[in-house]
Design a protein around this ligand. Structure first.
Ligand code: TRP
Length: 354
């Protein structure tokens, strides 16, 4: 199947030809993906499959277990993410897509890493602290979540000398990447000869500068605010959502400030420069209402995702193909993780009689 053409804007990379970049990133299987996810990470993930020497993307169902205890929902959401990514242009020949739990070596590596971190290091975790502040008792999975994430990042064998291990993530993930950097150094210090580290120290590539996507109510678009527009919403659902975007109540003929408007903030994400300027002019000139802006936005969303939507429908009918992609991806990832784990076991003194 040919990769879906996507208009993903890839920011030109200036990597010098000798620096190989290996990209890893995890995707939460937490229900249908929305425009915030798309402009925040998905678009960049898809662009990186070509830019990077190698890209590994995994659907983090082990991580999801820290909050989801509904097997049916977990299964469904896992497959949904795979469908969404493939429909949006992830090309299995360019990037390796797999389900985290298909690589159990990651859980094994997590155990090794857990023993290198003082609990005080994890008590500073934002997600953990938030739960405690809310008066909830976080489970041990949530407490150790960043360590599992470190294993995700570091499991796929050391890249060749001089290569860079890059992790494209939202700003909220910075702290978790710090834990991964810390763990990599601690392992190297504890178990490796000086000058011969096993793990590279990963680098975060923080993505949300690209776009802060407003939700229907003007706050950041987020599933937890229930203010999202789904990438694959269509028909009445999509229309209702677009027409419910909150605006001020300036009358039609009044000149408006595009930069102060949520609808325009979304239009900006879709419209090429020229079109964007044209609409901004119309806002400022007056006689252009929020209804007009919403019509324009609706058209842009529909045009932008038309192919992806069509393709998703086709993929739903070809579940075998989707499962094949995930199986192949997992096989490749497992081989690499096993090669790495063999080295890790040796370094830490885990005797194997297998
Ligand atoms: N914690 C990340 C999130 O919430 C998901 C994630 C899991 C991840 N493992 C990862 C991201 C490894 C980057 C690398 O979005």
């Amino acid at each position: 199947m040919p990769p879906a053409p996507d208009t993903a804007l890839s920011s030109p990379e200036t990597d010098d030809a000798d620096t190989q970049t290996i990209v890893t990133s995890g995707i939460q299987p937490s229900g249908r993906l929305h425009l915030g996810n798309y402009f925040g990470a998905i678009r960049r993930h898809i662009a990186l499959q070509k830019e990077a020497h190698e890209a590994l993307y995994f659907i983090v169902n082990y991580h999801a277990m820290t909050t989801v205890q509904d097997p049916e929902a977990l299964r469904e959401h896992t497959l949904d993410v795979a469908l969404d990514y493939l429909a949006l242009g992830l090309d299995p020949d360019e990037a390796t897509l797999f389900v985290q739990s298909d690589v159990p070596q990651v859980a094994e590596l997590t155990w090794v890493f857990l023993n290198l971190l003082p609990t005080s290091r994890l008590e500073k975790g934002v997600a953990y602290k938030e739960k405690v502040a809310e008066g909830l008792t976080p489970n041990a999975g949530l407490f150790t979540y960043p360590v599992l994430q470190a294993a995700d990042i570091l499991a796929y064998d050391a890249p060749p000398a001089g290569a860079e291990l890059r992790v494209p993530v939202g700003r909220d993930q910075r702290q978790n990447i710090e834990v991964a950097r810390d763990v990599a150094r601690r392992f190297n210090n504890t178990f490796c000869e000086k000058g011969a580290p096993l793990f590279p120290v990963p680098e975060a590539e923080i993505l949300d500068d690209v776009a802060t996507v407003p939700g229907l109510d003007g706050r950041k678009m987020s599933k937890s605010y229930d203010n999202t527009i789904g990438i694959f919403d269509e028909g009445d659902t999509l229309e209702e959502k677009v027409y419910s975007i909150v605006t001020d109540s300036a009358p039609l003929d009044e000149p408006k400030d595009p930069e102060a408007d949520n609808v325009f903030a979304l239009i900006k994400l879709f419209a090429p420069d020229e079109k964007r300027e044209e609409i901004a002019e119309q806002y400022r000139a007056g006689g252009y209402g929020y209804g007009h802006a919403k019509d324009a936005l609706l058209g842009m969303i529909e045009a932008h995702f038309a192919k992806a939507r069509q393709r998703r429908k086709e993929l739903v009918e070809r579940e075998d193909y989707v499962r094949d992609v995930l199986r192949e991806g997992a096989k490749k990832a497992r081989e690499r993780a096993e090669a790495l784990m063999a080295k890790v076991r040796k370094r830490v003194g885990l005797v194997t009689s297998a």
